[in-house]
Design a protein around this ligand. Structure first.
Ligand code: ADP
Ligand code: MG
Length: 828
């Protein structure tokens, strides 16, 4: 149309004019090269897209030939996999009766089947989270009911799936010496006891129990102890209790740090149960934006990041008598920094006990770091695990994971399945796929109880994951890395391991950070496999080939400190008065380049002055448990008189990408509802603000969420976070002012924090990030995905099939000059 043409012309005119010049530049070659390589290893998908891979990157001839070679291998492997696909059905020999027909007697009665169909239909129509959850529970209950007299389907029924994946059995991971009978037997006995007695029995059966006294003795003798034990041996839940039982809590709290929120919550819930106290009283947890502790609390589970923040208020951690840095092998950024800080305070606080606990055996390193602290090993109890690899690489690991799970379900003896996926969206998709593929199969297969582990699910709902599977049914747990070592779910017999996890990758040279689905390490793969051998011999199905395993996977995951943006940590250390970062006692130091980059960013955000000292802005920013760019946005909102709006946006951004709900059968409705918030192409940040404000106007109504396809749970969380940010505003003495009609003011605040994330439209419709030219695209979920403004700031970069910018706001280039004259200047 005419209008579109005009717009096109306007745009290309604007593009001709290079209105803003960036003051500094740097090479992107290496980062892209790395990404290209990563992708090649990752999956063949991207290889088709030669254009993208080579775009703008000068690869040498040698690199090109290497790439072609890999591509050739990949194509060969794909072909093999297609051939394998031709074997596309299999039958259970005993599923037929003598005449070759499926035995009908064992099916559900018609009535029961009807009931089930009805429930699953309704399930598709509902979207309010509460209802979803309730229906899920109803579904479970009906499954239980329906399955009462049934054996596992594989014994009795025929079932043919269209897809199938071939595995090769590779090896058996040895178990330790265990006495099968004894364990099964004691399990039976505990059933008859009261709940609390049973819990005590269970505690006594944990591998750590026989070592209780020895462990306590060792801690009596030494200030610092490194503890190593197989996942599930009882380190996290038992050690703090033992310490409490012998009186360590008389003169201070016991802190136990976890790298993940869900682990902290769930373990605290379990321990409070075992101790027979209310969660939040004697036993509590503290995670970002959620403090479930009280005056009474003596055992405190917390994320490593939260303990780090506590140093700001209490540099000697005087309220603690024991610090247990748990899951040390994960080597998260916060854990690594904690190492340095606790090591330091342990020197002037001889009364403080320090426990470093880890699931893997490379404890020597921890011991060396902590001045040769003794290592306490808890012998594991592990059954043999059979390892299977695919014959050929799988192009779509999510699909392969589903197919494999169903394959296990229909062919393997009872035992629950654990599937490792990379993130929340994937877990949701997998759940949906599983439901779809099993729907309508009725009694052809045994019941499958799907249990997604949701990073945002409240504790009481998470607890269901640990409930025993109803007889005759099979549980399938869909989890992220969290189930690798942080959480142990009993009863898992089969592990499906696609071989990927989501990892933050950072290139210090360009300052670009991206979330990337990356192959796991060999160490991770072994941990994952081990999850299946806890309560009996297990099987692990790896969705990659033995060749991949041996040749493409790294031995260990690189510590986060060496692959992340350090701005947050640097800001925190500066606030703690630690100035000489280069010589901070890091276990594995980050590259000097990454440190400098962080300093540079903080300088750009005016958090540091040119001598590297904290400014007033920086001190205020450090009060917020947020990424420095987001904290800066909040601090800048004072100037633009829109602090109340900005903290709403910050809260919504902190909830993550789970605000909008998009049920499969109502996508059009959902999309329309969503468009309402984007009227006027206001950008994603302001759309989030509109969502929040409309919800508030509706008096925080659940009905409103339901009608607008918004997740109530996420909104409640945003509200909680916002409340806390409001409190922090008061602490840094920024007045709470709303200015929601002046959109430019709000956008300028956002730009004040996120100008290092600005990007400019290119003629090909892609964007070039400004500070360090790299091509990126607007994420399809953005309200501006079709608008393509010339200048944008983005919240984050995500690499999936392309490099995507998520959460976008349009920006005027002269703002950049106004906001960050040290970064940008007008072209003359
Ligand atoms: P470790 O820290 O050595 O890996 P844990 O102390 O986490 O071991 O786990 C010990 C036992 O407690 C495991 O059998 C696990 O299943 C159980 N457990 C842990 N958390 C929960 C929970 N929230 N609900 C039920 N059982 C749990
Ligand atoms: Mg643990």
């Amino acid at each position: 149309t005419q209008k579109e043409k005009e717009e096109e012309i306007r745009r290309s005119n604007a593009l001709e004019k290079d209105d803003v010049r960036v003051l500094r530049n740097s090479s992107r070659h290496e980062f892209l090269k790395k990404t290209v390589d990563k992708k090649l290893i990752e999956l063949g998908n991207y290889i088709e897209d030669e254009q993208y891979l080579f775009e703008g990157v000068k690869l040498t001839e040698a690199e090109k030939s290497d790439y072609r070679y890999k591509k050739e291998i990949y194509e060969l492997l794909t072909k093999q996999s297609e051939e394998a696909d031709n074997v596309n059905e299999y039958r259970m020999p005993d599923a037929y009766d003598q005449d070759g027909v499926v035995n009908q007697k064992k099916r559900f009665s018609a009535a029961m089947r009807h009931d089930r169909d009805r429930i699953s239909d309704e399930k598709m129509n509902s979207f309010a989270e509460q209802e979803l959850w309730e229906e899920h529970q109803i579904g479970k209950a009906s499954w239980k009911y329906g399955s009462e007299n049934k054996k596992q389907a594989s014994d009795d029924y025929q079932f043919v799936f269209e897809d199938q994946i071939d595995f090769v059995k590779a090896s058996v991971m040895d178990g330790d010496n265990v006495c099968y009978e004894e364990m099964d037997d004691s399990f039976q006995k505990s059933k008859a006891k009261s709940a609390s007695e049973a819990l005590l029995e269970e505690r006594k059966k944990l591998p750590i129990y026989p070592y209780r006294d020895e462990l306590l003795k060792a801690l009596d003798d030494h200030q610092v102890l490194v503890i190593v034990g197989e996942t599930g041996s009882g380190k996290t839940t038992q050690i703090p209790q033992y310490l409490h039982e012998v009186g360590y809590t008389k003169h201070g709290m016991i802190a136990c740090t976890q790298p993940r929120r869900v682990a902290a919550m769930s373990v605290a819930a379990r321990v409070s149960q075992e101790m027979g106290v209310k969660l939040g009283h004697e036993v509590g947890y503290s995670i970002r934006f959620e403090d479930c502790t009280s005056e009474k609390t003596i055992v405190k589970y917390m994320t490593d990041g939260m303990l780090l923040r506590e140093f700001l208020g209490e540099p000697d951690l005087a309220s603690y008598s024991v610090i247990m840095v748990d899951e040390a092998h994960e080597r998260t950024l916060s854990t690594d920094i904690l190492f340095g800080l606790v090591k330091d305070i342990s020197r002037f606080r001889p009364d403080l006990k320090l426990l470093i606990s880890s699931a893997t055996l490379d404890a020597e390193k921890f011991s060396d770091y902590f001045d040769s602290a003794p290592i306490f090993k808890i012998p594991g109890r592990r059954y043999p695990v059979e390892i299977n690899f695919t014959k050929a690489p799988e192009a779509d690991y999510l699909d392969a994971a589903i197919v494999t799970s169903l394959q296990i379900h229909v062919t393997q003896p009872p035992g629950d399945i654990l599937v490792f996926l990379t993130g929340q969206e994937e877990i949701e998709t997998a759940e949906e796929m599983l439901k779809q593929r099993t729907r309508g199969l009725g009694s052809k297969i045994a019941e499958l109880v799907i249990c997604p582990i949701d990073a945002n699910l409240p504790t009481e709902l998470q607890a269901k994951i640990f409930q025993p599977t109803p007889g005759g049914a099979r549980k399938i747990v869909l989890a992220t890395n969290i189930a690798e070592t942080s959480l142990t779910i009993d009863g898992i017999k089969y592990v499906v391991d696609p071989g990927f996890c989501k990892m933050k990758c950072y290139n210090p040279r360009t300052g670009m950070e991206s979330l990337l689905v990356t192959p796991i390490s060999k160490a991770s793969a072994m941990q994952r496999a081990g999850r299946s051998g806890r309560t009996g011999p297990g099987k692990c199905f790896r969705l990659y080939t033995a060749y991949n395993f041996h040749n493409d996977l790294d031995d260990n995951t690189v510590p986060e400190i060496q692959r992340t943006n350090l701005a947050n940590v640097v800001l925190m250390l500066k606030s703690l008065g630690i100035h000489d970062l280069i010589h901070f006692d890091f276990m594995d130091p980050p590259s000097v380049e990454a440190l400098l980059k962080a300093l540079e960013l903080l300088f750009a955000l005016s958090a540091l002055n040119k001598d590297g000292d904290l400014t007033k802005v920086g001190r205020r920013m450090a009060e917020f448990p947020l990424d420095p760019m987001l904290s800066k946005t909040i601090v800048a909102s004072e100037k633009y008189k829109c602090s109340a709006d900005i903290i709403s946006i910050a809260a919504m951004l902190s909830v993550g990408n789970s605000i909008f709900y998009r049920p499969k059968d109502k996508q059009v409705h959902a999309d329309n509802a969503r468009l309402n918030f984007h009227i006027g192409n206001v950008g994603d940040h302001i759309a989030l603000l509109k969502v929040y404000n409309s919800w508030k106007e509706s008096n925080y109504s659940a009905q409103w969420c339901y009608e607008n396809y918004i997740q109530l749970r996420s909104m409640k969380r945003a509200r909680d976070i916002r409340d806390q940010l409001e409190g922090l505003l008061e602490r840094v003495e920024i007045e709470l002012i709303s200015n929601s009609n002046d959109l430019d003011a709000i956008k300028k605040s956002i730009a004040s924090g996120f100008f290092p994330h600005s990007a400019r439209l290119q003629k090909n419709g892609g964007y070039q990030t400004i500070k360090h030219p790299q091509t990126a695209h607007i994420h399809p979920s953005s309200g501006l995905a079709e608008v393509l403004p010339i200048w944008v700031v983005y919240h984050e970069l995500v690499l999936t099939t392309k490099e995507y910018m998520r959460q976008i706001t349009e920006l005027k280039p002269n703002w950049l000059v106004e906001i960050a004259p040290h970064y940008y200047q007008l072209k003359d």
